[in-house]
Design a protein around this ligand. Structure first.
Ligand code: G6P
Length: 626
C-alpha cells in the first residue's frame, strides 16, 4: 500500500509538490511519512511517525536549494509504525522510497550481514538501499546498479531511488504496485497514483511490470522488461484537480456519499439508449487474446456473441467490491438465468478452484490494484476463462490485464471506505445482467424497458434518500451508546446488510454483523437484547413478509429495531425504534437506495465518536499487498 511521490525538474518548490502530492495519497496509508530533498550537498531526509500533518509540522520552516526530491506515506508491513521505520530509507549516498513487500528480505539480510552491513530499521525496504549502494561500488553507473539489484529482489515493489552522486537523476521501477510518471514542461513527476499529480499535469505514462523510468534533468528514458529503451505510451486524462478536493464538505466520504446520484448517472449513461430504453454495453473491447467461445470460425467475436456462449459466471473481489459481487449474483441468476459463483479473491486464489470451459470471470475493483483480486484474475486467465474487469481507475493493473472492460465511471474516490464506487458498480452490474440476458435470449423487450426506466430513476430516488443525512447527524449521539449492531436482510438486501456492517466496523470501530435474516434463529437471536440495534433492510419484494416476521422475532426479544423499507409505514411507525422510509423501486434498484442510509449511519456515528472518517485506523484504500 503506501504512497510515493517524486519530483525532478523545473521551478517548483519540491517540498510543496511532494507534500501536496502525499496528501492526495494518504488514503494509501498513514502510519508515517517522510521526504528526502536535495539541499545542495545531499538528499536531506525528514521523517515523522503518524499522519502527514506530523511531517508537515517538521518541514514548515525548512527550505531546500534543489529541485529534486522523493516522498512517502506508509502503511506498515515490515516493522511497526515509527519514525525509525518511516521512508525514505538511506544507505550511504542512496535514498529510496518503496511500496510493496520484499519477500526474500531474510535472505537479503543474511547476505548483508556477510558484508557487515547492519540495517538501522526493521523494514524490508531499507535492505534494498544497502544492496544498491553495494552494487554502486562495482559499477559507476547509477541506472546499471539499480538494474543489477532488481533480479535479487522477490516480491511486489514499486521503487523510487535517488543518489547524492547523481543529484539530477531519479530511477523509478515497478514490479507489482502501481507507478505513474507525470510529464510536465521542463519538469517531471512520479507517483503511485495520478491523483497526486493532477494539479501539475494531465499527461501520464503508466509503467508496466518490470519497466523502468530513468529521469535525468528534464529528460526521461523508459525501459522495457528486457532493459531496452522504448517509446512510452502517453495517456492524457481529463480529470480535473477539483475532483480530488473536498469542495466544502468536512470529509471526502461525505462528499462522495452526496456525489452518488451523479456517479450512478455517469455509470449507466454510456450503455443506455434513451429513445428505446435498451441496453448495449459500450467499449467492453474484448482483446484479441480472449479465449474464443463461439463455435463459428470468426476470429472477432462481438460481446453479444461471446455472452451468448457463456454458461457460468464467476465474480471475485475484496471488501465492499465483494458485496457488489454478491448483489450481482442475485441480478444475474434472476435476470439472465445463469449460474453465478462469487468468491473473496484471497480465497479464490488459494482454493484450487475449478473453472469450467465457457466461464466468464468478472473481477470488481475500484482501485484496480488490489493484490488478491489481481492474482485471482491472473489465475482465472491461466485456467482458460474469459475475463472481464469492472474498475473505477482506468489503466489500473486489473483494467489492463482483463480481456474485457467495464467502468464504474465514479471519478476519483478518496475516502478509504468505499461509497460511490459501490453504487456505481451496482448500477453497471444491473446493465451487465441485462446484457447477458439479452444475449441469452431470456429477456423480453418490455422487461428490458421497465428495468432501464427503473435504473434511470435511481439517481433522483437516491437524492431523496440522502435527506437522511440530517437525521443520522442527530441520531448518531443516541446510537453511539449501543453495544452492537446487527444488520439483517434477505435476497439482494443480504449483501447490503453485510456492507452496512462493514461500514460501521471500518469507521466507528463498533461490533457489527451482517446476516441473512433467515439465519437469525441459527445464532444471532442469542445476541439480541435491549443494547443491540437491529437494522432490518426489508424492501417490499417477494420475501418482504418473511423479513417482517424476522423483525417481530427480534422485537419480541427486546431488540431495538430500525426498519428500512419502501413498504407500508402504518404498522411499524409505533412498533419500531426508527422507521426509515425508502422510495418505491424495482427490486434490483433497492440496494442502491437502502445502502445510502447505512453509509450515513456509519459516517455520523464515526464523527460522533471523534474518529478520523477518511483515514480509519489500520486501513488503507488500495491494498496492493496480500
Ligand atoms: C480496501 C478498502 C475498501 C475496498 C477494498 C477493495 O479494503 O478499504 O473500501 O472495498 O479495499 O478495494 P478495490 O479497490 O479492489 O475495490
Amino acid at each position: 500500500m503506501c504512497g510515493i511521490v517524486g519530483y525532478l525538474g523545473g521551478t517548483k518548490d519540491p517540498k510543496e509538490v511532494i507534500i501536496n502530492g502525499l496528501k492526495k495519497l494518504e488514503y494509501r496509508g498513514y502510519d508515517s511519512a517522510g521526504v528526502a530533498i536535495w539541499n545542495g550537498k545531499n538528499f536531506q531526509r525528514i521523517r515523522a511517525a503518524g499522519k502527514l500533518k506530523e511531517l508537515e509540522k517538521q518541514t514548515t520552516d525548512l527550505s531546500f536549494q534543489g529541485v529534486v526530491g522523493i516522498g512517502h506515506t506508509r502503511w506498515a508491513t515490515h516493522g511497526a509504525p515509527s519514525e525509525r521505520n518511516a521512508h525514505p530509507h538511506q544507505s550511504g549516498d542512496i535514498t529510496l522510497v518503496h511500496n510493496g513487500i520484499i519477500e526474500n528480505y531474510l535472505e537479503i539480510k543474511e547476505f548483508l550481514k556477510s558484508q557487515e552491513v547492519y540495517p538501522s530499521s526493521d523494514t524490508d525496504s531499507e535492505l534494498v538501499a544497502h544492496l544498491i549502494r553495494l552494487q554502486l561500488q562495482k559499477t559507476p553507473h547509477f541506472l546499471q546498479a539499480v538494474r543489477e539489484v532488481r533480479p535479487l529482489l522477490k516480491g511486489a515493489f514499486a521503487l523510487l531511488v535517488v543518489c547524492d552522486r547523481f543529484p539530477d537523476e531519479m530511477i523509478a521501477l515497478k514490479e507489482g504496485p502501481p507507478l505513474v510518471v507525470g510529464l510536465g514542461t521542463n519538469e517531471n513527476f512520479v507517483a503511485s497514483d495520478v491523483q497526486a499529480l493532477l494539479s501539475h499535469t494531465q499527461r501520464f505514462v503508466f509503467l508496466e511490470d518490470q519497466e523502468m523510468a530513468h529521469l535525468k534533468g528534464t529528460h526521461i528514458d523508459f525501459y522495457n522488461s528486457e532493459g531496452q529503451k522504448q517509446t512510452p505510451v502517453v495517456q492524457t486524462l481529463n480529470w480535473s484537480p477539483d475532483l480530488v478536493e473536498k469542495q466544502g464538505f468536512p470529509h471526502f466520504m461525505l462528499k462522495e456519499i452526496h456525489e452518488q446520484p451523479r456517479a450512478v448517472a455517469a455509470a449507466i449513461e454510456p450503455h443506455i439508449h434513451l429513445e428505446t430504453l435498451s441496453v448495449k454495453l459500450k467499449n467492453v473491447n474484448f482483446s484479441h487474446q480472449t479465449p474464443r467461445l463461439h463455435s463459428t470460425d470468426k476470429t472477432d467475436q462481438t460481446t453479444e456473441e461471446l455472452f451468448h456462449d457463456i454458461e457460468r459466471v464467476f465474480i471475485v473481489a475484496c471488501g465492499t467490491s465483494f458485496y457488489a459481487a454478491q448483489v450481482a449474483k442475485y441480478y444475474i441468476e434472476q435476470i439472465a438465468k445463469l449460474p453465478v459463483e462469487t468468491d473473496i479473491a484471497s480465497e479464490f486464489r488459494y482454493r484450487h478452484p475449478v473453472v469450467p470451459p465457457k466461464s466468464l470471470f468478472l473481477v470488481i475493483s475500484q482501485s484496480g490494484e488490489t493484490a488478491d483480486t489481481l492474482a485471482a484474475l491472473r489465475l482465472a486467465k491461466q485456467l482458460g476463462a474469459t475475463t472481464m474487469s469492472l474498475c473505477n481507475v482506468k489503466n489500473s493493473s486489473i483494467d489492463r490485464e482483463a480481456h474485457g472492460h467495464l467502468y464504474m465511471n465514479s471519478g476519483p474516490e478518496i475516502g478509504v471506505a468505499s461509497t460511490k464506487a459501490f453504487v456505481s458498480s451496482l448500477a453497471v452490474l444491473n446493465l451487465f445482467a441485462l446484457a447477458l440476458a439479452k444475449a441469452k435470449g431470456v429477456l423480453s423487450q418490455s422487461q428490458e424497458q421497465e428495468h432501464v426506466q427503473a435504473l434511470l430513476s435511481a439517481p433522483s430516488q437516491m437524492e431523496v434518500v440522502l435527506a437522511y443525512d440530517k437525521y443520522f447527524n442527530e441520531a448518531a449521539h443516541r446510537l453511539k451508546l449501543f453495544k452492537g449492531f446487527l444488520f439483517m436482510g434477505r435476497g439482494v438486501s443480504y449483501p447490503i446488510a453485510m456492507e452496512g456492517a462493514l461500514k460501521l466496523k471500518e469507521l466507528a470501530y463498533l461490533h457489527a454483523e451482517g446476516y441473512a435474516s433467515g439465519e437469525m434463529k441459527h445464532g444471532p437471536l442469542a445476541l439480541i437484547d435491549e443494547r443491540i440495534v437491529v437494522v432490518m433492510i426489508a424492501p417490499q419484494d417477494e420475501v418482504y413478509e418473511k423479513s417482517i416476521s424476522n423483525l417481530e422475532e427480534a422485537r419480541a426479544r427486546g431488540g431495538k429495531v430500525w426498519l428500512l423499507t419502501n413498504g407500508e409505514a402504518s404498522p411499524f411507525k409505533t412498533t419500531t425504534e426508527a422507521f426509515l422510509h425508502l422510495p418505491k423501486a424495482h427490486w434490483a434498484i433497492t440496494p442502491l437506495l437502502s445502502v445510502v442510509p447505512l453509509q450515513l449511519l456509519a459516517y455520523h456515528l464515526a464523527c460522533a465518536l471523534d474518529h478520523d472518517v477518511d483515514q480509519p485506523r489500520n486501513l488503507a484504500k488500495s491494498v496492493t499487498v496480500e
